[in-house]
Design a protein around this ligand. Sequence first.
Ligand code: GAP
Length: 463
Amino acid sequence: MISADKKMDLLMSLCKRRGFVYPDSDIYGGFANAWDYGPYGVELKNNIRDAWWKRFVHAREDVVGVDTPIIQHPKVWEASGHLATFSDPLVEDKKTHKRYRLDHLLEEAGINVSGMPFDAMKAEMIAHKLKSPDGNELAEPKQFNLMFKTFVGVSDDTASTAYLRPETAAGMFTAWKDVRDTMRKKVPFGIAQVGRAFRNEITPGNFIFRTREFEQMEIEYFVKPDKSAEAFEMWLAEMKSWVNDVLELDASHVVYKEISEADRAFYSKRTIDVEYHYPFGQKELYGLANRADYDLSRHQEFSGEDLRWFDAESGERYIPHVVEPTWGLSRTVLAVLCEHLDIDEADTTEEGEKEPRMVLRLPPCLAPVKAAVLPLQKKDGLSELGRELAQKIRAAGIVVEYDESGSIGKRYRRQDEIGTPWCFTLDYTSKEDGTVTVRDRDAMTQERVAMKDIVGWIQSKLA
Ligand code: GAP
């Protein structure tokens, strides 16, 4: 077991050392709160994304996918309400000019800001003579819009202002009419999207937990108005199953928090935040909201297009209600790494002495590398035999590494640290009877398997 206060340091150093996540623009001294996914990090992220798409799009008859632009028509953000309301209360230390979220400072001072409007927060700040964390006076707070502005066009003066999307959801609402008219789906059905979103966060931090550029996986599920409560329960069960069965997060580390009416967006009929026990505290991982008819009604009003659904059986026309399950992809990577990082003991030397080993016990379907082929010796044809086996595994579409340098203990340790579930070791017996040893990452048990059966053996474990 690793203590919570040590876990983030261990994880961040492992991520850099083993090629999961590097500081962005490292050669320029890094760029605050921006991160590069390294070779193993991008594999892990893509595996999560692909498992999600397979489960929620390919395996379902009632969900289809889209991929819409990061920069959309600026009117989208007027209609969605983001231009007017997508802001956080910002306050500045008069002396250091450091910026803070006023709601966070009030909470730290023990003031409950649940459902509190901006003006009331301002009043609380004055009444409590709130100071900055450095003990200095605070300037007048203001509402800070989190959307990144940009310009579309050939020069700044003629160009029109546009925005980087702060969530992928809007693209599904603007695509609703075309999907409705072309896909021969019947309500209830959903539209899914995976992509980047951008928010000029006042206080990014905690590694990849809160960044200004991140990825989301979202579904907008369109239902008959009187069916939204039922659809909400269905998606809640789906989210729980994803968390338990795919990510394998321990149930005691996840909290499904019902958000009170005072804390919900005004249009939301029900919201549940899915929170995870990160080493730095219990914080949001995902969200589930019943957005009623807010989005389609607003886009209908602003676009002038008829966005209603026509029910051919009953002859009714109505604006569908929307249930929105939303998953942060970058945050999932962090939760999965935190959950499965462990330290135990292993025999590392030839004499069988024990020493601590760091291991990522990732679910095999998410592991960046599924198998490693490790010959005990480079000589006597073991190297050639090992390369041949690795190539056979690779040709079957399974990510495999071949590694012949260094002691076998060190090679196992490296694979343990990147979460490779199975190591195949070749020895002299392999040459005689065509078998290799399979070492299981978690149990550290060894068994012999025929080389000719290995591809099928791995595929059966991943199924
Ligand atoms: N369409 C609804 C929506 O965007 P949200 O709660 O603002 O709702 C959804 O965001 C998810 O996106 C969050 O639950 C979280 O996983 C992720 N997310 C939001 N802001 C983020 C940030 N700054 N960095 C990383 N992930 C973020």
